[in-house]
Design a protein around this ligand. Structure first.
Ligand code: NAP
Ligand code: ZN
Length: 372
């Protein structure tokens, strides 16, 4: 078996891990730009913990807190301009996948001139500002990947910058920041991570290492599903232990997709987010069951390997579980299905699938996964 494995990010996990490891900031420079969303990092304590740690080691900082969900190319250029003007030595991204992905693009654009037309080319010089990432959702795994996914209005979809330059130097995982995430965001982000682990196993680049991490992450996330179903009914809170399990699992699933990339499910989900504003994790979760059913029909052994850590017997059972988690489905018209299918089939994710769907299969998956 030929495979590659690369993961250069130092991961630090646990309560107060930022302050307890503050010395690690010192080699990165004297001034940081903290990149975050508009609100949540100020409420969950992550932004002030970063500031306390930087103050303690004598590093100056400035905050850019204008990152929106599904960050745009324009937002990345705006942040990079601020990083240059303030002569930041390194970038700290804190928040969900959106601020972390924006921080990655900012670190790249602050260190080198890249015209917008070439931003997604993958053809960059070897310069980037050092990056530190602090996830406050447990889903994207962006803290350990080389991808920055931006809303690309020119291409009318979401497009990834993929480059080893974007691996963070440090990732700090403190589950206490995720404690007040809403039930819906907790479920959406957890199922995004589940989708990463499952799609990693459905990728032509899957290896022994990525499959080992993926199976473990799948088991950990599925262990939390009964509590998620209960929370939907009772509107109760999740325990810190569950939050830690999800944060660890999403990081592990991130390491998986850093090796394997994603497959048809993410390719199909991007249009649902771009055109219909359906949350990224929710879009994946609603599509994943139908794609597993398609793969099961052609390669039952592969799907059995994925279902084993879930303790489920069939892709049909998996889909029924996702339907319970996500409830009512959005409506989608015939024209929309045709448009999104055309976009999805043209992505490189399709070439990455062990079982490659045709455009007709993709249309069918949209039709049965949503209210068509
Ligand atoms: P997000 O867009 O980063 O955040 C969603 C919402 O959650 C925002 O309103 C945010 O508020 C809030 N939020 C974040 N942390 C919170 C907390 N601890 N408590 C309460 N609210 C909180 O959502 P996400 O699902 O984490 O990230 C999605 C993005 O990641 C998409 O753009 C997707 O394409 C990308 N993604 C990237 C990768 C990768 O490998 N790079 C992989 C998968 C997905 P604020 O705006 O106020 O912060
Ligand atoms: Zn994802």
């Amino acid at each position: 078996m030929n495979y590659k494995y690369f993961m250069p990010t130092r991961v630090l996990m646990g309560e107060n891990c930022i302050f307890n490891n503050k010395e690690l900031f010192k080699p990165l420079g004297k001034k940081a730009l903290i990149v975050t969303g508009r609100q949540s990092a100020k409420i969950n304590g992550s932004e002030s913990d970063i500031k306390k740690a930087l103050d303690a080691v004598g590093i100056a900082y400035l905050v850019f807190d204008q990152v929106m969900s599904n960050p745009t190319v324009a937002c990345a250029y705006e942040g990079a301009k601020i990083a240059r003007e303030t002569q930041a030595d390194f970038i700290i991204g804190v928040g969900g996948g959106s601020p972390m992905d924006a921080a990655k693009a900012i670190a790249l654009l602050a260190a080198q001139e890249i015209q917008e037309d070439y931003l997604f080319s993958g053809n960059y010089s070897n310069q980037v500002l050092p990056l530190v990432l602090v996830p406050t959702t447990a889903g994207t795994g962006s803290e350990v990947t080389q991808y920055s996914i931006l809303t690309n209005d020119k291409a009318r979809t979401k497009t990834s910058i993929a480059s080893d330059l974007l691996y963070p130097a440090l990732a700090f995982l403190d589950a206490s920041y995720t404690e007040n995430l809403s039930i819906e965001t907790t479920i959406n982000t957890a199922i995004d991570a589940l989708s990463h682990a499952v799609e990693g196993m459905l990728s032509v680049k899957a290896s022994m290492i990525s499959n080992g991490l993926a199976c473990e992450a799948i088991g950990m996330i599925m262990e939390c599903v009964p509590d998620m179903l209960k929370a939907i009914e009772t509107r109760g809170k999740f325990s810190l232990k569950l939050r830690e399990t999800l944060l660890n699992a999403s990081m592990m699933a991130g390491i998986v997709i850093a090796q394997t990339g994603t497959t048809a499910v993410h390719a199909m989900g991007y249009s649902l987010t771009y055109f219909k504003d359906i949350d990224h994790g929710r879009a994946n979760g609603l599509l994943l069951g139908e794609y597993l059913k398609l793969v099961e029909a052609r390669d039952p052994e592969l799907v059995a390997k994925i279902l084993k850590p879930m303790n489920l017997g069939s892709a049909y059972q998996f889909k029924a579980l996702m339907d319970r988690l996500f409830g009512r489905k959005e409506s989608i018209s015939r024209d929309e299905i045709n448009q999104y299918s055309e976009l999805a089939i043209a992505t490189k994710n399709i070439a990455n699938c062990v079982v490659k769907p045709t455009e007709e299969c993709i249309r069918n998956m949209y039709t049965v996964s949503f209210n068509a």
